[in-house]
Structure formats: C-alpha cells, structure tokens
Design a protein around this ligand. Structure first.
Ligand code: IVH
Length: 667
C-alpha cells in the first residue's frame, strides 16, 4: 500500500472514531478543530486522488452529487407499523392478551421518536443501502442522504450483514435554527420537526440534506441470527456495541403497572428532551415470546404504541359567530384569538349547537382550552373558569335568524336550531352554492363570491334564475372580464345537459344524497314520473328510507317547487336520466369522479390502502391540493397540504370520518 493510501486509511479510522465519540457517545475526545483539520486533509487528498475516495469515506457526510430522483426499492421484509393504545384500558387489554398467550412477560419501554422510519442495510459491515418506509412494502433509496447523518455508522465494528431499522429525526435545536433561517429568507417555516426531517430526507441534493443536521435512533433488527441476543434489551445493547446510536431512556419493566409509571414519567418530562416524541412503544422483551405471538397483516402482536393525548393550548374566545347552512341549520362557531396548535394556526372552531355551548358553559370572553380532534379539526375542550371575566354572560342562541330574522325552530328530536323560512337569504345562497357544485350541476366558475354578488344585485333569487343570466348581467360584477363572463355563460349552458340525478341532488332536498339521487333517477327516468310517486312506492326501494320518502314527496308536492321545475324546464334544463346506470358506474357515487388528496400519517391503514380503496370507488387520488380538490383526508401531523386546504375552504375529513364513511358504504 502506498503511504498516501495508508494515510487515507488512518484518517478514515480517526475521523470515524471522533465522529462516533461526538455524535453517538456524546463524549468527544478531541476538540472540533482537530476533527476539521483531519477532515480537510482527507478532502484534499481525495480531490487530488479521486481513486482513493471510497463510499464509506467520512467525507460523504457532507453530501455529494445531486440525484434526479429516488429509486423505488422493495423491502426485504415489509416495514410494519404498530397498533395504538390511547389510555390505560387499552394497555391493560394489550397486557392481558400477551399474558393469555405466553404467561408472565417482561416489557421493554422505549420512547416513540417522532420522525421517520428508515431501514439501513449492511453487507460485511459496510452500509450499502438506506430506505424510507414508503408504503411499508416499497421504500425509496435515500442512501446518500442517510450517509450525511453522522450518527449512522458507515462501517461497523464487526463484518456482519444485516438490516437495522430506526427513526431518523430532526433535533429541536436544528429545527428551530432551520425555521429561523427560513423565516429570514421569507420562506414558509416547517410546521414541526417531523415534517422538517421528512423534507430533508427527500432532498435530491444530499449537500442540502447534510445541512439539515438530522439524527437517528435505531430500534430494531431484522434478522437476529447475526446477533447473540435473546431479548430486545440485549439486541439494543448489541446495536450499541456495533457502533449504532440507540435511545438510552429505554427501561426494562416486569409489569403493566411499571409500564404505566414509565408513561407517566415521560408524559411529564417529554418537553425536556432535545427531540420530539409522540408516545411510548411497549415491546415484549423476550424474542421467543415475540415469535410465539407473531404478527397481524399490519403490525406485531407483541408490541403497542401508546400515543400521547393531543396537544392542548389556551386561547381567548373573542366571539361566537353564526352561520346558516343550506338546510337552515344555524351553527355557532367560536372565533378565537389565533393560536398555534399541532402545527397550524387556529382561529375558529365549530361549537356545533347550543346544547354543547351550555354543556361546556362556554361564554364570550372566556379563556378556553383548544385541541385538534384527530389532530386535525379544532375543538374547544373546556373553559378555564378561574380566568372568566366577571361580566361574561351565559350565551344564548338568537331566537330569530341572523340573516332573515324569521323565528328559529328546534325540530323535535334534533339539537340543531333551524330557520324554516324558505326565502331566507343565507339559506338560498348556500342552496345556490350547492346547486352549482360538482356532484350537482357542475357549473365551473360560479363560486361563492359571484353567487353572493348576483344575489345581492337581485339577479338570482332561485336556482332557475341562473339560466336567465346574460353576459351583460355578469360584466358589472367585481373582477369579471369579458372572457371570464363568456366562460361562465358557456358553463351554464353546458350544465343544462346534466343528467336527472345531478339536478335532483342539486335541488338540495333534505335527506337526499348522491347515492339515492342516482337510484331514483335510474329507476324513474324522468322528472315527470317522479312528480307522481307516492311515499309507499318510495319506501319499497332499498336505498330509500322513510325519512327520505316523506321529505321527497312533501318537497315535490309543494307548489313553489313545481313552479321552479317548470321554470327550469322552460330554459331547456334536462329532466331525464341519461347518466350511467349504477351497475356501470365504477365505484361508489359518493366518491366516483372526485379528486381526493391524502395527507399526514394514517393510524389504522396505510396511505396506499386508503388510496387503493378510494380508487376502487372511482375517485382520483392526487398529491397536491388545488382549487379542484374535492376532499382532503388528513391523518396526523398533516402539514402544508392541510394548511392549503384550510385556506381554500376544501372539505377536510379526519381518518375517523373516512373510516365511518367506509363502514357505511361497506355495510
Ligand atoms: S418499533 C413493526 N420502536 O413508530 C414496527 N417504532 O407505528 C416496529 N417509532 O413506524 C416499530 N420510535 O416509525 C419502534 N422506539 C421505537 C419507535 C418506533 C418511533 C415509529 C416507527 C414506526 C411507528 C409505529
């Protein structure tokens, strides 16, 4: 070996050692300047003699050539997730199941690091590949980015071949610095360290990833045959010995009560950690017990993740605003002093109805505790009574509609207050918005703002008036040019050809959804035939319940409605079924043709599973939120896509909303 090659080898050894002492052991033996000096010596040699640069050189930590994309790679064994526990009862159930299966056990308690799962493959002691979790089956090759994480050994102290898995994360300190820099550059800051870590690992230029200062904790091994461990605890110790960084807050315990103590301790102390955790992972310690328990499709039966309750913050309730929906329901909304919760700024939260306001005794001026239900939808949890201003008065819903002043009624058996004035402006505007929406008449370009203007200018009073509009009516509206007006006129014209089910749905008849509209249109084929149906006839139809049958007949018997239908007819609006039969529709009418975006971490299914299911229902699943997005399904820690959807007013569902809908459809 030449003396230069020998020097390179020495430099590798020293730099790896110093790096390990600093980043894994947190116990440097030399000053930073010594490390830098040796690193620069190595960089110099490699620049002059590129043939001496190896893939495990400590210089790869600073990043290399940018890539154009990440290669998709199948995992050798799927990267599963964990089932969740949210409270003591869930944990005791888990414990019982374990003890029923294998008797008394020890548990390993570990912090649940809030980052991204990655896998690292070593061959003969050298790091050869690093993958993201992806959908669990296929990940992306982010080896070059992972190599920039100093705590990941490029070479191990033994020549073994195996795969280790762990959580890459961004320490809070790095996160704060990164966001400060972003704000200084007028860029949107990251919502939380997890999003920042995810963004960094997906940088195509590993030099940029290197600048992001990520870290990692390893927590599992794929194949134990390479190691001498018989427990999770020993496996982690062995990972330590091989040069990996594991989390040392772990504790081995003998009972579920001790697990609960560990959870309590970290619930209190989590804020003091230099990184975010979102829960505690509990694993059966003995590998033979783990093997006995095995796996479900999605997760090991021998482990569970306890999730910390959603973040709660305090803010002031400035006002209660009322909105009137299409069906006249008056909904109170809390207007809040803007506050950041779980990654986004919250300034409004639905209070649902008067009963809820009274149950929680919510008053204007109160300090209130806010959290995000399912980590997405803001909710007022409770009032802080000690902080209540002396003059705060019990809130009463108005007796009259804030829009039309008609008396509000509370329909028996319902908690909602409702304005029953069919001429109520707020309701009519909402009704018009519904009429032009995508699943109804699909009049593109006729948005809320335009409808409101047309209404206040008395150009439209009911849905049929839309078809009486002329270009001259439109031109005086705000921000309306000739081109836009023409486009809108064209869209209105085209909508006349919509099939009967779209028109029916658009009329906004109570209890009549997309599916039943389809069923009715397909069965009766024309509006004229529908106008003659009886309740008895209707309830015979499988998808039509009593409530709908009654509401539909009452609606269609109404003389004003009959006149409205005539008015629509006289303008050439189609009144016949010309859509696809249900048997030909691919998917479910509720989702077919909709553009849906999935974002955030889902707990009960993977994003791929959710996406596949939606596609089966005929939906288009896309990756970015735009004006044409119909629905955003947001899991935990959803970031900028959720913010965008909020700002566009796109419909947002939590994972639970989605699951409820799936159950309804699969019923
Ligand atoms: S064990 C079969 N241990 O939490 C999955 N996971 O759904 C075994 N996580 O995807 C995972 N800290 O990204 C394990 N100490 C820890 C963890 C941990 C964070 C993440 C991991 C996993 C998710 C659980």
């Amino acid at each position: 070996m030449s003396s230069l090659a020998q020097r390179v080898e020495t430099l590798h050894k020293l730099l790896h050692q110093y790096n390990y002492e600093y980043h894994v052991k947190d116990n440097p033996s030399v000053p930073d300047s010594e490390y830098d000096k040796l690193l620069h010596e190595l960089i110099d040699i490699e620049t002059k003699h590129p043939e001496l640069k190896t893939s495990d050189s400590p210089t790869v930590r600073v990043g290399g050539e940018a890539q154009s994309s990440f290669e998709k790679v199948n995992h050798d064994t799927p990267m599963l997730s964990l089932s969740n526990a949210f409270n003591e009862a869930d944990l005791r159930k888990f414990d019982q199941r374990i003890r029923d299966a294998v008797g008394e056990v020890e548990y390993m308690c570990e912090l649940k690091i809030d980052g991204l799962a990655v896998s690292l493959k070593y061959v003969d002691g050298k790091l050869v590949q690093g993958l993201t979790r992806g959908d669990g089956t296929t990940g992306e090759d982010i080896t070059e980015n992972l190599k920039t994480i100093y705590a990941i050994p490029l070479t191990l102290s033994k020549n073994i071949s195996f795969e280790v898995r762990g959580e890459a994360y961004m320490p809070r300190q790095s996160f704060l610095k990164l966001n400060e820099a972003k704000v200084a550059r007028d860029e949107q800051p990251f919502a939380n360290p997890r999003n920042a870590a995810a963004g960094s690992l997906r940088q195509l230029d590993s030099k940029l990833a290197a600048a992001r200062k990520l870290d990692i904790f390893l927590y599992s091994i794929n194949d134990f045959t390479e190691l001498d461990a018989s427990t999770q605890s020993e496996a982690l110790d062995e990972l330590d010995a091989l040069g990996f960084k594991t989390n040392h807050e772990r504790e081995k315990v003998r009972s579920i009560d001790e697990v609960l103590e560990y959870i309590e301790k970290w619930t209190k102390q989590r804020d003091q950690l230099p990184y975010d955790i979102d829960g505690i992972v509990i694993k059966v310690n003995h590998l033979e017990h783990q093997e006995e328990m095995g796996f479900t499709q999605k997760s090991p039966r021998w482990a569970i993740a306890y999730k910390f309750p959603a973040e709660e913050v305090i803010t002031e309730l400035l006002d209660i605003e009322l909105s009137i929906g299409r069906t006249g329901v008056v909904t109170p909304t809390a207007i809040l002093e803007p506050v950041r919760v779980a990654g986004t700024t919250v300034s409004r939260a639905s209070l649902h109805n008067e009963d809820l306001i009274h149950e929680k005794d919510i008053r204007i001026g109160d300090s209130v505790v806010i959290k995000k239900a399912g980590d997405i939808i803001p909710e007022v949890v409770r009032v802080i009574l000690d902080r209540r201003p002396e003059d705060a008065e019990t809130y009463h819903m108005p007796t009259h509609c804030p829009s039309c002043d008609h008396e509000l009624v509370r329909i028996e058996g319902e908690v909602a207050l409702r304005c029953i004035n069919p001429k109520c402006q707020a309701q009519l505007v909402e009704g018009l918005i519904h009429f032009v929406s995508r699943q109804a008449m699909n009049i593109d370009g006729l948005g809320t703002k335009i409808i409101e203007q047309l209404y206040t200018h008395e150009l439209i009073k009911d849905v049929a008036d839309i078809f009486y509009l002329t270009k001259d009516d439109l031109l005086p509206l705000e921000r309306m040019g000739d081109k836009k007006a023409q486009k809108l006129m064209d869209a209105i014209e085209t909508s006349k050809e919509r099939s009967l089910e779209n028109l029916l749905f658009g009329l906004g008849i109570r209890h009549l959804g997309v599916k039943a509209s389809q069923v009715l249109a397909e069965k009766y084929e024309t509006m004229d035939r529908l106008l003659t149906v009886t309740e008895d006839e209707l309830v015979e139809i499988y998808d039509v319940g009593e409530k709908l049958a009654q509401s539909l007949v009452t609606y269609l018997e109404n003389e004003d409605i009959r006149a409205l239908i005539e008015k629509l007819k006289s303008k050439g609006v189609n009144m016949t079924f010309k859509g696809q039969k249900l048997s030909q529709i691919e998917g479910h009418p509720e989702f077919a043709g909709k553009t849906i975006v999935l974002t955030g971490k889902l707990q009960q299914m993977t994003r791929t599973e959710a996406s596949n299911w939606l596609k089966l229902q005929g939906a288009k699943v896309t990756s970015s939120v735009t004006k044409s997005t119909d629905l955003v399904i947001a899991g935990e820690d959803a970031g900028s896509k959720l913010t965008k959807a909020e700002s566009l007013g796109t419909m947002i569902w939590t994972e639970q909303d989605f699951i409820d809908k799936q159950n309804e459809i699969n019923k």
